[in-house]
Write a new protein. Sequence first.
Lengths: 186, 186
Amino acid sequence: MKTVYERADIVPLLAETFRELGYEGATLSRITERTGIGKGSLYHFFPGGKEEMAGAVLADIDAWFEQAIYRPLRNDDARQAIAAMWVNVNDYFRAGGRICLVGAFALDDTRARFSSEIADYFIRWIEALSSALMRAGCAETEAQTLAEEGVCGIQGALVLSRALRDGKVFTRSLEALGNRLEAATR
Amino acid sequence: MKTVYERADIVPLLAETFRELGYEGATLSRITERTGIGKGSLYHFFPGGKEEMAGAVLADIDAWFEQAIYRPLRNDDARQAIAAMWVNVNDYFRAGGRICLVGAFALDDTRARFSSEIADYFIRWIEALSSALMRAGCAETEAQTLAEEGVCGIQGALVLSRALRDGKVFTRSLEALGNRLEAATR
DNA sequence: AAACTAATATACCGATCGGTACAGTGGAGA
DNA sequence: TCTCCACTGTACCGATCGGTATATTAGTTT
C-alpha cells in the first residue's frame, strides 16, 4: 500500500506547519515529521523547495479569504456579509487557537520574500470591508477608517490571545469590534 | 585597540537582531554579522547561548516598559500617564518601523520557550492601563475592556503597518485608540 | 503482461547550524 | 614592569540545514 497525495491535499498540512513554527522554524525535517510526507514527494510537488511551499500556502489562504470573506463583502448584502465575516473569522482562526500566517510573516524578515502577497491580503480585506460599510450607510472616510480598525483589531486579538493562551480574548475582541462597526452603520 | 563591551551594551544590539529576524531566523552567524560581536564575546556574556540572549532581551524590554509605561500608569496622574503612553509607544516602536518582539514571539513556537515572560508582559500592561482608566473615572469592567482593546489595538497596528510598509497606519491607529479611551473617561 | 509514468523513499551533498575549546590580547593593579 | 584576568578571535565539533540524485513502488495504458 502506498499513500498517494495531490498538491491540494498537501498545502493545508504545510499551512499548519508554517503557522506553528514560522517560516524559519519550519525546517524540511520538521515538515516531513509533522505532515508525514517525505522529501521526495515534497520536492516532486514543489520543485522550488521551501519558498514555493510557503508561496502555495499563501496563495491557498488568499483564495479562501477571497471566496469566503472578500467577495461576499463586495457583492452580497452588506450587513449580512459583515455579520458573516465575524463568524467565519472566528471559525477560521479557531477562536484564537490558530494564528494568521500572513500577519506572522509580516513581522519578521520573511516579509521580504512575500512582500506583495502580504500587502495584497490586507489591502483587499480592508477595501472589501470598507465597500460593505459604505453600502451599509457609512461615509467614505469613515468606512475606510472603520475597516482599517476592524482588520487591525483582528490581528491584535490574535497576538493577544496567543500570548495569554486564552481563546476567550479573541472571541470577546471580535464581539466588541462587531458591535462598534454595527453601531456606526445605524 | 580592542573594543570592549559590557552585557548592557550588547542586549540592545541583540534585541534589534531578534526583532528583524525572529528567534529562529537569528542565527549565531547573522547575530555576529549584524552586531559586530564575535562568538567568543557572545558566549562569554551569555553562557546559555541563544536562549539566554533572547531571555536577556525580553528582560530588558520588560524593564523598559515597567519604568516608562506601567509604573506611570499605576502611580502618576491617570490622564497624563495615558497621554504619555501613546507618545512613548509611538516613539518606542518608531512609528511602526519597529515590531514588538514579545508579540512576535507569541505567534510561533518560540512562545513555548518564554511562555510566562510573554504572558506577563501583556497582563501587566493591561492591568496598569486598566488601573489608570479607573482612576480617570471608568467603571471596573469598562476599564478592563478598554485596556484590553487598547493593548490589542497596538499589536494589530504593528502587524498592519509592517504588512503595508506604512508607518502612517501605526500613528493613525494610535491616535484613534487614544481618542476612544479619552472619550470613555469623560 | 509489458511498458510507461506519477509518486515515493532514501542515500547523499556541501553549507551552515548552535556550541565548545583555547590561545591570544590588552588594560588595570601590584 | 610584571602579573593577572576579563574579554575577544578563531579553529573546530557533531548535528542538521535545504536541496539533489536515483532507485523503487504501484497504478495505468497498451
